[in-house]
Design a protein around this ligand. Sequence first.
Ligand code: 13P
Ligand code: ZN
Ligand code: NA
Length: 281
Amino acid sequence: MLVTTKKMLNDAREGGYAVGAFNAENAEMVWAIVKAAEELKAPVIIQTTSSTLKYFSPAYFAALAKAAAESVSVPVAIHLDHGASFELAKQCIDSGYTSVMIDGSALPYEENIRVTQKVRDYADNFGIPVESELGKVGGKEDDTESDGNEYTDPDQAADFANRTGISSLAVAIGTAHGIYAKKPVLDFNRATLIKKVVPIPLVLHGASGLSDDALREGVEKGMSKINFATELRIAFTDAIKAHMAEHPNDFDPKKYLNPARIAVKELVKAKIQVCGSVGKA
Ligand code: 13P
Ligand code: ZN
Ligand code: NA
């Protein structure tokens, strides 16, 4: 069932669990995400980065994800992850995305507010919720590269949420995109402080490479949406490599993509369990 992220994330905040948001690159990963959610009766978010939308257009991807969402009874949202511009956010909304992120975190504060307000004003016409980021999540996500961590300041976060009118806020508390080269310094107490002064759901980026214990602590300390990308890409590709190593003469894509989509489905199920959203659909 296709829905926006509004109610599902507000319910998560209220209920003290997180909704898993999973980056998809193709039809098999979309299938894996909705099947995992359906098996666990969990709400779920399918999301794509700006670079995935250069590979498949927003209209193409939205049609694919919408068909998947409507094939299951659990709530599924289609979200733009790290929207690089107002134009892309608008294009996604016009194409049927039910949630968008505008990532102005690299901009000076007032400019981040301005671009976020512009997206929010447009999205409001269609009832589409907007996520925005304050502070800097480290690492590299497709085309989005940050020059290091800059932890979100709680007072500034309150001002930002208030002035932009966004529906959810991505915070930087020491996580980074990709797999961690060295152990991250996580500041979950900051999440709790931010949650106290920011009345909307908080989003944790960069979850690949975090232990289940760290993820559980993140949920406990107030994160309502948790983003997973790199680990899904690795699970998908590793399964193909393993299949082809054993069956080097296979040429039917279904032969090697089926184990890949099942590997992603199992991984998504494990992450949904850690997020605590099993049975929350
Ligand atoms: P990872 O690649 O570390 O899972 O980060 C995902 C993310 O934050 C997507 O926005
Ligand atoms: Zn991210
Ligand atoms: Na990560």
